[in-house]
Design a protein around this ligand. Structure first.
Ligand SMILES: Nc1ncnc2c1ncn2[C@@H]1O[C@H](COP(=O)(O)OP(=O)(O)OP(=O)(O)O)[C@@H](O)[C@H]1O
Ligand SMILES: [Mg+2]
Length: 165
């Protein structure tokens, strides 16, 4: 719709997210081969920001960890389930990544976030620790039986106009 006050075309969705520079959302089934798909997609999207190759590698790593957790823990390796990934670049240079599943959820989030804690004795229990250390913010919302959403945020201070290139 045309907004007379703003003097430009707007849509209701964009109106609500005016500080958003760019946004992507995709979903895929919980197959292990989709871990590399998701990390490549998010890495490609994030690379439009003013950041280093090392930053991109770190972003890819945290996406792998979060998506792997959804597949392994959320869905107990059942390949027919759905994972959603949403990535937003904000005007202020923030990159936000949300990885969401509708799986088993986490009973005790504080315990799950402890370094080296794993509900699976064969694993290292370091996924959340990596996510927390490579990102500026990490928020885990989970409800047993309903699923888990991990929100990761990283600030890239020197954003010029590259993000729109
Ligand atoms: N999406 C999820 N759904 C259900 N439980 C989860 C989810 N993500 C994490 N968890 C729980 O939190 C624990 C800690 O996760 P974290 O990624 O830190 O370690 P891990 O996956 O067990 O081991 P690693 O990541 O080192 O292979 C997991 O063992 C699991 O019990
Ligand atoms: Mg993990």
């Amino acid at each position: 719709m045309w907004s007379a006050t703003k003097g430009r075309w707007t849509s209701p969705g964009l109106e609500l997210r005016m500080n958003v520079k760019n946004y992507v959302r995709f979903e895929f089934c919980s197959l292990p081969e989709n871990v590399s798909f998701a990390r490549s997609c998010v890495g490609a999207f994030a690379s439009q920001m003013d950041c280093t190759l090392e930053d991109i590698e770190e972003i890819k790593l945290v996406v792998s960890e979060a998506v792997s957790n959804s597949i392994i823990h959320g869905y107990a390796n059942d390949p027919g389930q759905k994972i959603e990934v949403e990535v937003t670049i904000y005007d202020n240079g923030n990159l936000e990544i949300i990885v969401k599943d509708y799986g088993k959820g986490i009973e005790d989030i504080d315990q799950a976030l402890q370094p080296t804690y794993s509900s699976d004795s064969t694993r290292m229990g370091l996924g959340f620790t990596f996510m927390r250390s490579f990102m500026d913010e990490m928020e885990v919302i989970s409800e047993p039986g309903k699923g888990t959403s991990v929100r990761l945020l990283r600030h890239f201070p020197s954003q010029g106009n590259q993000a729109m290139a």
